[in-house]
Design a protein around this ligand. Structure first.
Ligand SMILES: [Ca+2]
Length: 472
């Protein structure tokens, strides 16, 4: 759909196309945008995602050795969500949850797809709709810049999933500079709107230039931009200049990782500067978070959280998380209640005036009234997780955190008193532990029974902890 000017967003009836298996059905009027003439401009939505950034590894999180002045400025302009979560402790499933607004366990997207362009099964199932598809139909210009990692076959590419302007790589990671083009996933050409384009500068800085150009180019229209950095995910390849700036960090891995975060901070700063220069700061909602916790290995710090990327302990899923909308949300404050990357879709559709889908309910919440201080209460009473490498499930309900790993007994922590998950209270409070296990069981019944990552159908049905037939 051709984009429309910011001040002339009109109500419309949307025809939504759903693909179920190989059958495509046209469902008319499943979504009806609110009938309104938008006197006030619908805000832009900027979602910035970092990759494998540790909980402690940003200035606004208290880092002493990795300054992030631009992210700190964003924190000062908005809210630091101190209980901010993603839906999965590693890359692709976390992004599937973000872009659908639904627990990816509902549709079995719980592994990283391999980079296999001929494989038409390994990708975010086409039966799911990504929220930018709705935004595009509602008149937003939609853009993706950075890392995709939701399927390599053409039908899974961002241009087919609601993104009108694209720049980045399709796989799960990439070299940052001086790479020799090849067929390996990390050596592939960068694609602009699906066509290869040579990139000569450091990839993170290139993404910053692209993001600044996007927000400038579309200053007169409502837009959504998903700016998905691969930094500071390996391989650590900062520029020599930036690496030298961190010479004081003794651990070589952390030194390079810190330099990568610093380059990303520059790229975010360039994007924020473009918003300022074009007068769009007060009409742009910004989210920032990491797609999962920092990985084990000496580079990242998730302090004071326990665990790492791939874990369902807090270190895997509890991430640095900012939300900003100057003039609408308080500035420079902490928001302590649980929020989730699931909430991005619900919030974006709400501000765009798009009714949330009824056939596939979203699991997120419109955060606007909570963050603006207009609504008392919490966005989420509970959040759930499951992860199949460790065969783990988890639930946070208020201050209580339940986690069960493989055949081990369930563990119980009080995060208000013990954010580092050091004191397992399961024996002391067996009743509560059993109750939380029961709630996880109930949630699991709503999720995909199989690890139905398309293309991995031959993997045996997962036996999750606590399921019928297994002794508890
Ligand atoms: Ca990641």
């Amino acid at each position: 759909m051709k984009s429309i000017p910011r001040l002339f967003v009109l109500g419309r009836v949307i025809a939504a196309v759903f693909t179920i298996g190989r059958v495509t059905a046209l469902l008319l009027a499943t979504f009806v945008t609110a009938n309104f003439v938008c006197a006030a401009a619908p805000p832009n939505i900027l979602v910035i995602v970092s990759d494998d950034q540790g909980y402690a590894d940003a200035g606004f999180q208290g880092s002493k050795d990795i300054p992030t002045p631009q992210l700190d400025r964003l924190a000062q302009a908005g809210l630091r969500c101190t209980s901010g979560y993603v839906t999965h402790p590693y890359c692709s499933p976390s992004r599937a949850g973000l872009l659908t607004g639904r627990y990816q366990a509902r549709f079995g997207h719980e592994r990283n797809p391999r980079y296999l362009p001929e494989n038409h099964d390994e990708g975010l199932p086409l039966s799911e709709t990504l929220f930018p598809e709705y935004l595009a139909k509602a008149g937003y210009v939609t853009g993706w810049i950075g890392k995709w990692h939701l399927g390599a076959a053409p039908e899974f590419h961002p241009e087919k999933r609601g993104f009108m302007e694209t720049f980045g790589f399709i796989g799960g990671g990439h070299h940052y500079q001086n790479w020799k083009l090849g067929n390996a996933e990390y050596l592939l050409p960068i694609l602009r709107n699906g066509k290869p384009e040579e990139v000569k500068e450091h990839l993170t800085l290139a993404f910053g230039h692209e993001a600044a150009a996007f927000v400038t180019r579309h200053k007169d229209q409502p837009w959504f931009l998903y700016l998905a950095f691969n930094a500071p995910h390996s391989p650590q390849e900062p520029t020599a200049e930036r690496l030298a700036r961190f010479a004081g960090i003794q651990n070589k891995g952390r030194r390079a990782y810190a330099a990568q975060i610093s380059l990303m901070d520059d790229a975010i700063g360039e994007t924020l500067a473009a918003l300022h220069a074009t007068g769009q700061e007060k009409q742009t909602i910004i989210f920032f978070f990491s797609d999962n916790g920092g990985p084990h290995g000496g580079e990242a710090s998730n302090a004071p959280l326990r665990g790492w990327k791939v874990d369902l302990y807090e270190g895997g899923i509890h991430v640095p998380f900012l939300v900003s909308w100057p003039g609408h949300f308080p500035a420079g404050r902490d928001y302590p209640e649980m929020v989730s990357s699931l909430d991005v879709a619900s919030t974006a559709l709400a501000v765009a005036g798009v009714q949330t889908p009824t056939n596939k309910p979203l699991d997120g919440v419109n955060l606007l009234p909570y963050l603006a201080g207009n609504r008392i209460g919490v966005p989420h009473e509970k959040l759930f997780w499951r992860e199949n490498i460790n065969v783990a499930t988890a639930l946070r309900a208020g201050d209580d955190k339940f986690i069960r790993i493989g055949a081990k007994s369930g563990e119980l922590y009080n995060l208000k008193l013990d954010l580092g998950e050091k004191s397992n209270l399961a024996v002391l409070d067996a009743k509560k532990t059993a109750q939380l296990q029961s709630e996880v069981d109930g949630w699991m019944k709503q999720m995909s029974k199989h690890l139905l990552f398309l293309g991995l159908r031959d993997i045996p049905e997962q036996s999750w902890p606590g399921e019928a037939g297994e002794e508890k």
